[in-house]
Every structure is written in structure tokens, then in C-alpha cells.
Design a protein around this ligand. Structure first.
Ligand code: GFB
Length: 427
């Protein structure tokens, strides 16, 4: 087992203590600059955008740990081929993170670069080593959960295949020239940090790709580093601007009046809880499609959803409703009909130009940013799309009572309709 390595690397381990490539130890002693190492990762292809963002945070904090010892840079996996991005007329592959996120902001937490930058910096289409994370075939032994990590035979037929010249070929985000020199399956059970000793000591490869990174958990869910990673993950300015313009034009909402001014550097933001007021509208995230069947108990019918919305509008004395939803148009029209006379209903419909440029992923972010700024927000049970809106509102300093709310299913009792957990920021 490789778990014995856990704890070997402590914060006071010096670079000299760590073997690093041929002759590097020698080189370190004479003060030569350390070579940059690259960590690449990816997530199960079936996962949606907002769970992927969560996995980013786990890996970013692994890099944070590695950074205590060696110069590691996190290579961001290009976006593409996401099941929910169903607008077929738009090219949605090889998408850079900068289209959706503010990379300068993310770089204030850990060094990150786009995949194309990695290709440029290394001048090759090669990834040195590829590890495919998987569970343990035998599950938990003796019914006991413990952290462990072991090289094992692949449980499933690997999605990476050796070609005639012995190189591993696979999808690699649609970059056909890219290959890995070495491939192994790695059974992993534990927190992201379990990979640190492995990456520092068991390999000297310059670039290491960890696929199926969702297998590893947050080192410290809800802790300071968790929130640092989360706060650094700001949306791109372009997308925020589009959403802000919509708020101003249709929802009488702007940051000065709403007390939601964003400081340039996320590290400077520590608003008092409850200080953010938000614009004079209620926002809902109404997750439909697969959720209607897979979460039947917790997802209301449109009629029931309208009833719950009306109750809040009355209590909050609001008459504007912003709806973010993946529902087909007929369902949205039905909801609008149900709301007649009670509220003016708004939803964001991108122009062709905006849709083509920022794609389904960008439009979803615009929806999230508008929901973030509402006076009152109500989301859908267990949807990570709603969860990310909660965090965003927490970061801006909203009163938790106006954030951590969710729709209840038809006929669901108050006890059964457990409201979302309030996660407080650790600064
Ligand atoms: O983000 P996500 O992982 O959230 O996946 P869940 C849902 C996707 O559907 C989003 C679209 O990334 C968007 O592409 N979508 C959902 C929306 N709601 C909206 C909306 O209000 N506006 C816009 N513009 N788009 C997970 C799935 O969904 O649920 C997993 O990702 C799995 O694959 C799991 O199915 C059960 O957490 O809601």
C-alpha cells in the first residue's frame, strides 16, 4: 500500500528532503531553479458542470499542498462534451476556462493554466504519466473505511488504449495528437491530499494526469482552503457584465443599491452576513428535465411550484420573478401563465450572438449570476446548480434566510422537505 507515505511529507519538509528527478537534489543544493511540474485532471464524462466545479476545488487544494514542497501548476481540463449542453448548432468543444471564469482570480489561490498553454510551455503533445482513479474492487474491507491508495489492475476496460508505438491514446478533450507515455489504474479511497505523497515521492514525471478525480474527496469540506478555492472561482467579467446589464434593464437591480459591490480582489471581501440586500425580485432555480423523474418526491409540479412562489412573493412584498430553469419552453410558458396577475416573470434569453460566443455553459452562468443578486432565492433540492448559487450569495453577504431555501415536492410535509444546509465561510 502507498498509504504509508501519508504524513511523511510534512509542512516543514524542505525541498532538499524530497528526491526530485535525476540529479535534482544536487541541483537544488546549488540553488538552481526548480523545474515546473504539471498536474492535469479530468472528471467522469457523465458529470455536469457544477459538480465539475466542485472537483476543481478538490484538485486545486491538492496543488496547494504540493506547492508547499515543489512548484506545481494545475492544468485546467478544456470544457466540452457535457451531456446537458444540448444546443447542437453550437460548437461546444475545447472550450477554455477563461470563457467562463476569471483566471487571474483563480491564480490568486493556486497557479492554473489552460491546457493549450500547457502544450505551448512543454512544446509537446505528450503527458508523461496518466493515472486513472477507480474504487477498490473489494469495497471496504471488514466494513471499515480507511484512506488508501494502491496501483491495481483496471477494474473496467480502460478508455485509454496502447497504440502500435506503445503510446496511450484516448479522448484527451478532442486533441488528437495528445498521448500519454505511461498509464496505470490507481485504486483510491480518501481525501485529495492522499495523492500528495504519491505525486511528490513515487513519481518524478514532469506532467501527471489524474483522471476520474471525482473519486477523491475534499480534504476539508467547508474549511478555510475550501472557501478560498471557492471564492477564487469568480465568473468571467464578460458574463457578469451581461447578467448585470439584464438586472439593470429589467429588474431594477444594481450593485450600489443592492449592496453587492464586488471588490477587485476576492481576498479583500468579507461582508457582514445580511449586509447584501439584492435587487427587488425573487429568483428561483427550477431544475426540471431528469430531476422531475429522478427526484420525484422533492421536485414539485409546475402548479405546486407556482403556489410556493406566490407565497414567498407575498411575504417578501415582491412582484418580479426571475426564473432560471432547464425546462422546455412549454413548461416555462405554463409557469408564466400560472403566475399571471401575481408577478411579472423574467427569464434570460440569449441573443444568437451571445449564445454562440458563450455557449450553453455561459448562459447557465448568466442565469446563476442573476439568481445570485435577487432579494430572495429558492432553489431545487440537491441540485449542484442551486448549491453554487447558495455559495455565491454567501460570498456576497446575503442573509442566509433569503438564500438557503428550496422547493418542496407536491404534498411533501415540512419535516420531509429539509431545507438546504447553511455553510458559513471560513476566512
Ligand atoms: O450543473 P449541473 O451539474 O447541476 O447540471 P445538477 C445541470 C445542467 O443543466 C447545468 C443545465 O450545468 C446546465 O447546463 N441547467 C440546469 C440549466 N438548470 C439550468 C438553468 O436554470 N439555466 C440554464 N441555463 N441551464 C446533476 C447532473 O445536475 O444532477 C448530473 O449534473 C446528475 O449529471 C445529477 O444528473 C443527478 O446538480 O442540477
Amino acid at each position: 500500500s502507498l498509504t504509508h507515505l501519508q504524513g511523511v511529507i510534512s509542512a516543514d519538509t524542505t525541498d532538499e528532503d524530497i528526491a526530485f528527478g535525476t540529479g535534482t537534489q544536487q541541483a537544488l543544493k546549488v540553488g538552481t531553479a526548480k523545474p515546473r511540474r504539471y498536474l492535469l485532471y479530468d472528471v467522469n464524462p457523465g458529470e455536469g458542470f457544477n459538480l465539475r466545479r466542485d472537483v476543481y476545488m478538490r484538485v486545486a487544494n491538492l496543488v496547494k499542498k504540493l506547492q508547499d514542497h515543489q512548484d506545481w501548476t494545475l492544468v485546467l481540463p478544456p470544457w466540452g462534451r457535457i451531456y446537458h449542453w444540448q444546443s447542437r448548432h453550437i460548437a461546444q468543444m475545447k472550450i477554455a476556462w477563461s470563457l467562463f471564469f476569471d483566471l487571474d482570480s483563480m491564480n490568486k489561490h493556486v497557479p492554473v493554466i489552460e491546457f493549450e498553454q500547457f502544450l505551448k510551455e512543454t512544446g509537446q503533445s505528450k503527458i508523461d504519466e496518466l493515472y486513472y482513479l477507480q474504487r477498490y474492487k473489494e469495497g471496504w474491507t471488514d466494513g471499515k473505511w480507511e484512506e488508501k491508495l494502491d496501483e491495481r489492475d483496471c477494474i473496467d476496460t480502460p478508455v485509454y488504449k496502447k497504440d502500435s508505438s506503445g503510446l496511450y491514446r484516448g479522448f484527451f478533450w478532442g486533441y488528437q495528437d495528445v498521448y500519454a507515455e505511461k498509464f496505470k489504474c490507481l485504486s483510491a479511497q480518501g481525501f485529495a491530499g492522499i495523492l500528495a505523497p504519491f505525486l511528490l515521492e513515487n513519481t518524478t514525471a514532469r506532467s501527471v494526469f489524474v483522471d476520474r478525480a471525482e473519486e477523491i474527496l475534499h480534504d476539508e469540506f467547508g474549511g478555510k482552503l475550501y472557501w478560498d478555492a471557492r471564492r477564487s472561482m469568480r465568473f468571467s467579467k464578460d458574463l457578469r457584465d451581461i447578467a448585470d446589464k439584464f438586472r439593470k434593464e429589467y429588474l431594477d437591480s444594481d450593485d450600489e443599491r443592492d449592496n453587492t459591490v464586488l471588490l477587485d480582489d476576492w481576498r479583500d471581501m468579507k461582508p457582514d452576513p445580511g449586509s447584501a440586500i439584492g435587487g427587488p425580485y425573487m429568483a428561483v432555480h427550477l431544475r426540471r428535465k431528469d430531476f422531475v423523474h429522478s427526484h420525484k418526491k422533492d421536485v414539485p409540479s409546475l402548479k405546486e411550484a407556482a403556489k410556493q412562489i406566490k407565497k414567498v412573493l407575498k411575504k417578501e412584498k415582491l412582484d418580479k420573478l426571475f426564473v432560471a430553469t432547464d425546462a422546455p419552453k412549454v413548461e416555462l410558458d405554463e409557469l408564466k401563465k400560472l403566475m399571471k396577475g401575481k408577478a411579472t416573470v423574467y427569464n434570460f434569453e440569449p441573443t444568437t450572438c451571445i449564445h454562440e460566443k458563450y455557449k450553453d455553459g455561459g448562459v447557465a452562468i448568466i442565469d446563476q449570476w442573476i439568481c445570485t443578486h435577487a432579494r430572495y432565492f429558492m432553489g431545487t433540492s440537491v441540485s449542484t446548480f442551486s448549491f453554487r448559487i447558495h455559495d455565491e450569495r454567501e460570498i456576497l453577504g446575503f442573509n442566509p434566510k433569503k438564500t438557503y431555501n428550496r422547493f418542496c415536492g407536491d404534498g411533501q410535509s415540512k419535516e420531509d422537505c429539509e431545507q438546504p444546509t447553511h455553510w458559513k465561510i471560513e476566512y
